[in-house]
Ligand binder design. Structure first.
Ligand code: ADP
Ligand code: MG
Ligand code: MG
Length: 255
């Protein structure tokens, strides 16, 4: 079992207005095999949390900690985080000219595992994973993210997840821009990864829709850079009915 522990995390970002605090004391523990949903209104800092776990240079951790099995994640480079077993889709460049999906996946797999995968099993695994995600085999020869539709980007993200076999995956708005059919296919991919490898999932979403397909064990509500409420799946159902108003009102910053 692995555990990602986020303790009293404070994060700032540089804006024209100066240094702006975005995360204000966020605490969260995720174990392998668990699925956690983080929900919250727009601008509450959900993506900032994902970028901070990914090691994006724009976000500065001013205090608090993130550890994976006791190891200091914040001291790791982006590559080291991936090798440690964290899957963070947003760590990859938006477009990689001249690099095909198939070469990209193989390079990523080699980097994460520390050795190249055996050609025979790898080719078979890639084919199977693409088939499971209902992806056209021709997709493998396209350049990474070049002209990808929203749905193709998300499928490519889940293809990586299925092939790289991380311990813990952070999925930020994986549901955004997907029609119901694509949402089901992508969710099934996440569920396969969960079943095969005891994956831990941090599912960041504004809407409850994806939670009908990927069932969370825990639901956390994030407002103004901290967790304001925690519960089980029933909390997502309440949010579906009531929205975020109750929480937003309750956590008006005391400035
Ligand atoms: P969410 O994902 O919950 O919608 P974000 O983490 O994207 O929230 O944003 C939280 C707040 O931080 C917003 O007010 C946003 O404008 C600000 N913010 C986030 N990233 C940046 C950035 N790179 N530059 C400036 N402001 C940012
Ligand atoms: Mg947003
Ligand atoms: Mg966001």
């Amino acid at each position: 079992m692995s555990v990602l522990e986020i303790r009293d995390l404070h994060v700032t970002v540089e804006t024209d207005a100066g240094t702006t605090p975005i995360l204000n004391g966020l605490t969260l523990t995720i174990r392998t095999g668990e699925t956690h949903a983080i929900m919250g209104p727009n601008g509450s800092g959900k993506s900032t949390l994902a970028y901070t776990i990914a090691g994006h240079p724009k976000y500065t951790v001013t205090s608090g900690s993130i550890t994976l099995d006791g190891e200091d994640v914040l001291a790791m480079t982006v590559d080291e985080r991936a090798r440690a077993g964290l899957f963070l889709a947003m760590q990859y460049p938006v477009e990689i000219p001249g690099v095909t999906v198939t070469n990209f996946l193989r390079t990523a797999k080699t980097a994460v595992d520390g050795e190249a995968p055996s050609i025979r099993t790898w080719t078979k695994d890639v084919k199977q994973a693409m088939k499971d995600l209902r992806m056209d085999p021709k997709f493998a020869q396209r350049n990474v993210n070049e002209g990808f539709s929203g749905g193709e980007k998300k499928r490519h993200e889940i293809l990586q997840l299925e092939l790289l076999k991380p311990k813990l995956a952070v999925l930020d708005e994986t549901d955004s821009g997907l029609d119901v059919d694509a949402l089901k296919i992508v969710s099934e991919g996440v569920n396969r990864a969960k079943a095969e490898t005891d994956l831990g999932v941090l599912l960041i979403t504004h809407y409850t829709r994806i939670l009908r397909y990927i069932h969370p064990d825990f639901v956390h509500v994030m407002v103004a850079g901290r967790i304001v409420e925690e519960g089980g799946p029933e909390l997502a159902e309440r949010l579906e009915d009531e929205g975020y108003d109750r929480f937003v009102g309750a956590s008006e910053p005391a400035l």
